[in-house]
Write a protein that binds this ligand. Structure first.
Ligand SMILES: C[S@@+](CC[C@H](N)C(=O)[O-])C[C@H]1O[C@@H](n2cnc3c(N)ncnc32)[C@H](O)[C@@H]1O
Length: 221
């Protein structure tokens, strides 16, 4: 079974990647108008007012994982035979569809995905439904620091961190007790979160490696 490359998932993903490419070009224009200090402050701040302002401004933008990262997410979820996945940062659902397709092909499970922008939550739910994957995904609306603070499965096989970068350590701490040996963490744009990199590279609890495009992949030891 490869749900990822078959309709309806493949057709929904084709449309989403085309939209994401177009919105990325527009975003680059807008970001280009900011100084590197302003950009760094927006990307790396842990103050809720800052990251909420940034993502509210970016609510029309997909900010989606790349095609390669999406494919890797599907593969990691298949390799770990994941049944239980948590995602921080749903946006319009590109990464969600890759992970949920893997759950389908693994025989079922649950993906809990956190997103605080309500227009994105609604769009992601529509996209997940169009891809025929709604039975596998629970999109939780609100700040992940609250929505992922409870109601989690006993055991989590795979985590994607792709929301506000400064919150990666805080979100990991909500999930960490539920990870098991072999659980996989994938953190997109992890270079913006040096504290997170310190945990996965130096705590002794993970084996961790930076892969392409600023993606850090870590396995719980
Ligand atoms: C980089 S995008 C996610 C892209 C998505 N993984 C994909 O592949 O399409 C980050 C998303 O995280 C959301 N976000 C950022 N910080 C959040 C928080 N604290 N709680 C919930 N959602 C958050 C933003 O609104 C944005 O939609």
């Amino acid at each position: 079974m490869n749900t990822l490359t078959q309709a309806p998932v493949s057709t929904v993903l084709e449309r989403l990647f085309a939209d994401a490419d177009a919105s990325q070009a527009l975003l680059m224009q807008q970001m280009g108008a900011l100084s590197s200090e302003e950009r760094a402050a927006l990307m790396a701040s842990a103050r809720s007012a800052d990251y909420q302002a940034f993502y509210t401004r970016a609510k029309a933008f997909h900010l989606a994982v790349s095609r390669k990262t999406g494919a890797l997410l599907y593969m990691y979820a298949r390799m770990t035979r994941a049944r239980s996945v948590v995602e921080f940062g749903t946006s319009f659902g590109v990464s969600t569809l890759h992970l949920a397709a893997a759950l389908r092909d693994n025989g079922g499970g649950l993906l809990i995905s956190a997103e605080f922008e309500s227009s994105k939550v609604a769009a992601a739910r529509r996209n997940i439904a169009a891809a025929g994957l709604s039975d596998l995904v629970e999109v939780r609306e609100g700040d992940a620091q609250e929505t992922l603070a409870g109601g989690l499965p006993e055991s989590i096989d795979l985590v994607l961190l792709d929301g506000a970068k400064a919150l990666y350590p805080a979100v990991l701490s909500l999930l960490e007790s539920r990870l098991h040996a072999g659980s996989v963490l994938v953190a997109d744009n992890a270079d913006w979160s040096p504290e997170y990199l310190e945990i996965v590279r130096s705590s002794g609890r993970y084996f961790s490696q930076a892969l392409h495009e600023d993606v850090e992949v870590s396995v719980r030891l």
